[in-house]
Design a protein around this ligand. Structure first.
Ligand code: GRF
Length: 186
């Protein structure tokens, strides 16, 4: 199988990155992770880039223009055709997204279209939701609004806290994200 050259964008802990790297090492997984980009030089997830010997770049997002120009240059140089946002906490411009039409996906910790944006666990609890979960979707210029690829629902228990929800959802994210990538290439 010819794998598609791909890049993962991160800002923080990188647990989804780790799961994507592990999956991408299977010969029948559709993408190869050729590059990791972080806007945060201290992102814990960069540890996985080093551990698995994957090239990585840090670009400051102080200016979005600067960040995106550098990314585009590097992505072009490495012939990257597919982007996965995994805990990447910045917004990408319409112009940037246009360069990768339907080739940028993201994972979000709620059942979209419910609870776009931040603090999804807390908002689900406060709203007395019976369920929450995670969603993998295409990236469009409006945050957390692109076409949905896959969702996974989990039950919210009476004794759940933000932390317990986060933990259970992340566990599902690590399975859902690779599955959504498989779906995207079917
Ligand atoms: C995940 O909850 C993801 O849904 C959200 O940011 C978090 C990233 O976690 N977009 P990690 O960096 O992959 O551990």
């Amino acid at each position: 199988m010819v794998k598609v050259n791909s890049c993962v964008f991160i800002s923080g802990s990188g647990s989804n990155l780790k799961s994507l790297i592990k999956n991408s090492r299977n010969h029948n997984f559709p993408i190869k992770i050729n590059l990791i980009i972080s806007n945060n030089t201290n992102a814990y997830g960069l540890k996985y880039a080093k551990k698995y010997n994957i090239p990585y770049k840090f670009y400051s997002y102080k200016s979005r223009n600067f960040f995106e120009r550098n990314c585009l240059k590097e992505l072009k140089k490495r012939k990257i055709k597919f982007l996965c946002l995994a805990g990447f906490m910045k917004l990408l411009s319409k112009y940037f997204i246009k360069n990768f039409r339907y080739k940028i996906i993201n994972i979000h910790p709620s059942l979209l279209p419910k609870f776009k944006g931040l603090n999804t666990y807390n908002r689900a609890l406060k709203n007395n939701e019976k369920y929450t979960g995670c969603t993998v979707h295409h990236v469009s210029p409006q945050p957390d609004s692109g076409n949905i690829i896959l969702k996974k629902k989990i039950i919210i228990y009476d004794n759940d806290t933000e932390n317990s929800l986060k933990k259970r959802i992340l566990k599902q994210e690590h399975k859902l994200y690779p599955e959504a990538i498989r779906c995207s290439f079917r």
